[in-house]
Design a protein. Structure first.
Length: 371
């Protein structure tokens, strides 16, 4: 490896000794030394008329398949030595690091674009190590990565000025970096609230069927929670705080920040001047109700509303009066959507009775607007 005169992340491969006729065809001489040419290396694999060179890959003419032939370096490269000891947190684990170091790296057949020695340069690839890291991702890490890719595709890439600004490689690197920087205990999040955020994104982009597909996968989890709810009646568990019980179930509340772009339009008043919190067990049925309403699924719409009312009436994993009040706010909004004005007033009134704070509870403001 020769990295003195190349950009970081790239190298030249000097041939010190060679008896292989195949590699002789891939070599070029520079200043009396022989180097493996990344360009000539790729050309050795152009065995048919239906393939072409595409970056570091050999591709078919239809652009359906990329085949990257790399050179495997079985030892770890000195440029990445700092990565071994950089993280002070528990991710990735020492076992994962050991497996990555044991594999080594790959050299992909592509140089720095525009470099005078581009044909003799190779990109150092950690793709196998990255795959091993992704295999260790928690549910939260996968959700974050998926959300970033969706935002890239459906938001950033739709702007002509930003179309080629980012790639999924950058997003993956961001997740890797953040995972190293923060303590592992801070990313043990529950599955339900994470999926609810993704479902909210699909709802906001009017992809109601996709949102419902996610929500329906949460229904079995809701049934499981009902079983756990019965267990909470035991005295030993009743003595625990609600936060402790949440941790036992790995169930969190759903939180929308002030002016959140993910919260449904029907709830914009809730985040006009403050964050909005809702029990996940309440929000899953409320969002299902909205999706079915927009899809004109009348029966499913009313079923979701019925489930929402049941969850609230049974105080199902709703932490405190403020959270119960927000549940009645959601119920009131659902009644408003259906045009049930009197039922909506009753729901908002119950919310105010439970939590009389004009700053943190928007029910009073909504009631005034209904007068």
């Amino acid at each position: 490896m020769k990295t003195d005169d190349v950009k970081p992340g790239y190298t030249q491969l000097e041939v010190e000794y060679n008896r292989d006729q195949y590699f002789s065809k891939c070599c070029e001489e520079l200043n009396g030394k022989h180097y493996i040419s990344s360009t000539l290396f790729k050309q050795q694999f152009l065995l048919g008329k239906n393939v072409t060179i595409h970056g570091p890959c050999i591709s078919d003419n239809e652009g359906l398949l990329d085949y990257a032939v790399c050179v495997h370096c079985k030892t770890w490269v000195s440029q990445a030595t700092h990565w071994i000891t950089r993280s002070n947190n528990s991710w990735p684990s020492n076992d994962v690091k050991h497996n990555i170091l044991k594999h080594g790296v790959l050299f992909a057949a592509i140089g720095v674009k525009g470099s005078p020695k581009e044909d003799l340069e190779w990109r150092i690839s950690f793709s196998v190590g990255e795959k091993l890291l992704i295999n260790t991702f928690t549910h939260t890490q996968l959700i974050c990565y998926a959300l970033l890719k969706i935002i890239l595709k459906d938001v950033i890439a739709t702007d002509p000025e930003c179309e080629d600004l980012l790639s999924s490689y950058f997003l993956k690197t961001i997740i890797f970096w953040i995972s190293e920087e923060i303590p592992q205990c801070n990313i043990n999040h529950d599955a339900v609230s994470g999926w609810l955020m993704l479902a909210s994104f699909f709802y906001k982009t009017k992809q109601y069927t996709k949102a419902l597909r996610i929500l329906e996968n949460l229904y079995p989890f809701m049934v499981m929670l009902e079983t756990h709810q019965q267990l909470f009646k035991y005295e030993s568990l009743q003595q625990k705080s609600i936060v402790h019980l949440w941790k036992l179930l790995l169930v969190d509340f759903t939180c929308f920040e002030q002016h959140s772009v993910l919260i449904p339009d029907e709830l914009q008043i809730e985040v006009a001047g403050r964050p909005f919190f809702s029990s996940s067990s309440v929000y899953v049925y409320f969002l299902s109700f909205l999706c079915h309403y927009h899809l004109n699924n009348i029966r499913q719409c009313h079923d979701s509303l019925s489930n929402l009312r049941t969850v609230i009436s049974e105080n199902h994993l709703i932490a405190d009066p403020e959270m119960i009040a927000s549940a009645y706010d959601l119920l009131g909004v659902a009644f408003q959507v259906l045009g049930y004005t009197e039922s909506a007033r009753q729901a908002f009134s119950q919310s105010i009775d439970l939590y009389q704070d004009p700053f943190d509870n928007s029910a009073e403001k909504i009631l005034l607007s209904m007068s």
